[in-house]
Design a protein around this ligand. Structure first.
Ligand code: PLP
Length: 511
C-alpha cells in the first residue's frame, strides 16, 4: 500500500525527468548569464532563445511578446498592470477606454486580487464586476454582452483549476467583437497548456499567462504572452533582461526545464494525447461510480478537461474522503491547493450554484498527461477499497486532521528523526495508530521505524487508556495521518497521568 499515486496534478506536477536533466545541464554545463557577451553567455542566450522559439510554436504565437517569468501569478500581475496603465493613459488622452473591469466568477484568486490591488494603487476607480457562470460553470455570455461596451478589462480563464470546466473562448471573442468592446482581454491559460489546442496568435486574446509547474516543469518558471500591439508595462525593472520586459537575471534552470516540456509537447511522444486522457478519465469515472453509489459529478464531463474530476459523495465530507484517499496512498484535494489550508467552501462551486452539500463534500481528482497504465490500475483498485471502507461505520471525530490542532510541545510531539531515536531508546514502547477504522481498512497494518502499530481509532483511545496507564505504564507513541489526531491522543493520555505518551509530529506524511 505504500506506492503513492499522485492524483492532484492541477495543484502541481512532478518534474519530467528530461526537464530535470535539462535544468541540471543548465546549472552545470550551460551556466552562463545570457546577458554576458562571452561564449558562456552566448550559449545560455542560445538556450533561452531556443526555448522561446519552441514556446511560440507550441502556443501558436509567432508574433507578440513572449517573456519568461516566475509563474502565472506574476504573469497575471503583469497583464493586469499593463491593462490598467493603458486605461490611465487612454483616459489622460481623452480616449474611450471603459470604466468596468470584469472578472469571471471562477477565476483564480490571483486575478481578482491583483485587479483590486492595482486598481487601488493606481487610483483608477474602475468598477470591479464579476462575470457570473451558469450551472455548468460557463460564463454567462448575455451578461458579458450587456457590459462589453463599458469594459476596460476582462479576464476569462481557459479552463478552471477546480472543476476543469473549459470556457467558450470563441463565444466570448464573438461577443467582444459584436459589441466592439474596448476591453483588454486576459485568458489565464495555466490549466490549458498540454490539454487544449492553443493558437494564441490567431485569437483576440491580449494576455495569456502560463505556469511551468502545472505541466511537469519546476515551480518558479512561467511565461506571459502579450498580443502584438497590446499595451505593456513591465512589472519588474532593473537590468533590462528579456528586452526590458522583465528585469532580473533569468531562471535559466527553469527555462531549460520548461523547454524540455515544451519540446516534448511539440514532438507529441511523451505525454498522453486527448483521446488517451479521455480513456483514463472514463476508467476513473467507472471506478468512482462503482465504489461510491450516489456519487455526483460537480461539473458536466462534456465541458471539462479530460484531466479533472470534481465530485461529491452523499453524506461524506471532503475531509473524510480526502483522509481515506490519503490513507490509501492516493493524493487528491478538496479544491485549489491555495485554499487547502482554509476550510472555506469553494467559491468556484458556489458560483456555479452547486448545492451546499455537494460543495461541502467536493473532492478534486486531477491527472497529468504522464499517467501510466500501472498507476491507473492501482488507482482503480484502491478506489474500490475506499468504497468498501465507507461501508464501515465512521468513528465520531474521525477527521479534522488539520495539523496544529494541538498545542505544540517539544517533548510531546516528536519529529520523524526524534521518533526514531525515541523508539530505539524505548524498546518496550507501544505504537498506536489512531486513524479512523475506515482509514485502517484501506491502509492495512502500518509500521513506524520497523515497529508494527496497534490500530486504535482516536474515538476509542479512552477505552484503552486504563490498560496503558498504571505503575508499569509502557511508553506510547501515537501516530496518524497528519499528526493532529495523534497529538490529541498523546495530550489526553498525559492529562490522565501517563508520563511518556508522545505523538509523531506531521504524521505518516513526514515519517
Ligand atoms: N491560475 C490558475 C488557473 C492556477 O491553477 C494557478 C495555480 O494554482 C495559478 C493561476 C497561479 O499559478 P502560479 O503557481 O504559477 O503562480
Amino acid at each position: 500500500m505504500t506506492t503513492e499515486i499522485y492524483l492532484d496534478a492541477n495543484a502541481t506536477s512532478p518534474v519530467l525527468p528530461a526537464a530535470a536533466a535539462a535544468a541540471m545541464a543548465a546549472m552545470q554545463d550551460c551556466f552562463g548569464n545570457p546577458s554576458s557577451s562571452h561564449a558562456s553567455g552566448l550559449r545560455a542566450r542560445a538556450l533561452r532563445e531556443g526555448v522561446r522559439a519552441c514556446a511560440r510554436r507550441v502556443l501558436g504565437a509567432p508574433a507578440g511578446r513572449l517573456m519568461f517569468n516566475s509563474g502565472a501569478t506574476e504573469g497575471i500581475q503583469t497583464a493586469v498592470l499593463s491593462a490598467l496603465c493603458a486605461v490611465r493613459e487612454r483616459r489622460a488622452r481623452g480616449e474611450a477606454c471603459g470604466d468596468v473591469a470584469l472578472v469571471g466568477a471562477t477565476e483564480h484568486k490571483a486575478v481578482s486580487e491583483s485587479l483590486a490591488h492595482w486598481n487601488r494603487l493606481l487610483g483608477l476607480g474602475l468598477e470591479l464586476r464579476v462575470l457570473p457562470v451558469d450551472r455548468d460553470g460557463r460564463h454567462r455570455l448575455e451578461v458579458l454582452g450587456a457590459l462589453a461596451p463599458r469594459l476596460a478589462f476582462v479576464a476569462t480563464m481557459a479552463a478552471n483549476n477546480e472543476t476543469g470546466v473549459v470556457s467558450d473562448l470563441e463565444g466570448i471573442a464573438a461577443v467582444l467583437a459584436q459589441t466592439a468592446s474596448p476591453a483588454l482581454w486576459m485568458v489565464d491559460c495555466v490549466q490549458a497548456l498540454g490539454k487544449l489546442p492553443l493558437a494564441l496568435g490567431a485569437s483576440r486574446i491580449d494576455y495569456a499567462p502560463f505556469s511551468g509547474h502545472k505541466l511537469h516543469a519546476p515551480k518558479g518558471i512561467g511565461m506571459l504572452y502579450v498580443r502584438a500591439g497590446a499595451p505593456f508595462t513591465p512589472l519588474m525593472c532593473g537590468g533590462g533582461q528579456e528586452d526590458g520586459q522583465r528585469s532580473g537575471t533569468e531562471n535559466m534552470a527553469g527555462i531549460a526545464a520548461l523547454g524540455a516540456v515544451l519540446a516534448a509537447l511539440e514532438r507529441g511522444d511523451t505525454f498522453l494525447g486527448t483521446d488517451a486522457l479521455h480513456a483514463c478519465r472514463a476508467r476513473l469515472v467507472d471506478a468512482l461510480s462503482r465504489a461510491f453509489p450516489g456519487i455526483v459529478f460537480n461539473a458536466p464531463l462534456a465541458h471539462t478537461l479530460p484531466t479533472t474530476l470534481n465530485f461529491a459523495v452523499p453524506e461524506v465530507s471532503s475531509a473524510e474522503l480526502l483522509d481515506l484517499f490519503d490513507a490509501a496512498g492516493m493524493r487528491v484535494s478538496a479544491g485549489s491547493a491555495c485554499a487547502a489550508s482554509r476550510a472555506a467552501p469553494s467559491y468556484v462551486l458556489d458560483a456555479m450554484g452547486v448545492p451546499a452539500w455537494q460543495s461541502a463534500s467536493a473532492v478534486r481528482l486531477s491527472i497529468g498527461p504522464l499517467l501510466d497504465d500501472a498507476a491507473l490500475d492501482l488507482a482503480y483498485e484502491r478506489i474500490a477499497r475506499c468504497g468498501a471502507a465507507l461501508a464501515l461505520p465512521a468513528s465520531p471525530g474521525a477527521t479534522g486532521s488539520a495539523p496544529g490542532d494541538a498545542a505544540h510541545n517539544a517533548d510531546l510531539e516528536l519529529d520523524a528523526a526524534s521518533a526514531r531515536g525515541w523508539l530505539a531508546a524505548h524498546p518496550d514502547a507501544i505504537v498506536v495508530d489512531v486513524r479512523d477504522a475506515r482509514e485502517h481498512s484501506v491502509a492495512g497494518r502500518v509500521e513506524v521505524h520497523g515497529r508494527a502499530a496497534l490500530n486504535v481509532p482516536l474515538a476509542r483511545v479512552a477505552e484503552h487508556a486504563a490498560a496503558w496507564l498504571g505503575a508499569d505504564a509502557r511508553p506510547l507513541l501515537f501516530v496518524c495521518r497528519s499528526g493532529a489526531r495523534s497529538a490529541r491522543a498523546a495530550l489526553a493520555l498525559r492529562a490522565l497521568g501517563h508520563p511518556r505518551a508522545c505523538s509523531l509530529a506531521g504524521g505518516f506524511a513526514l515519517a
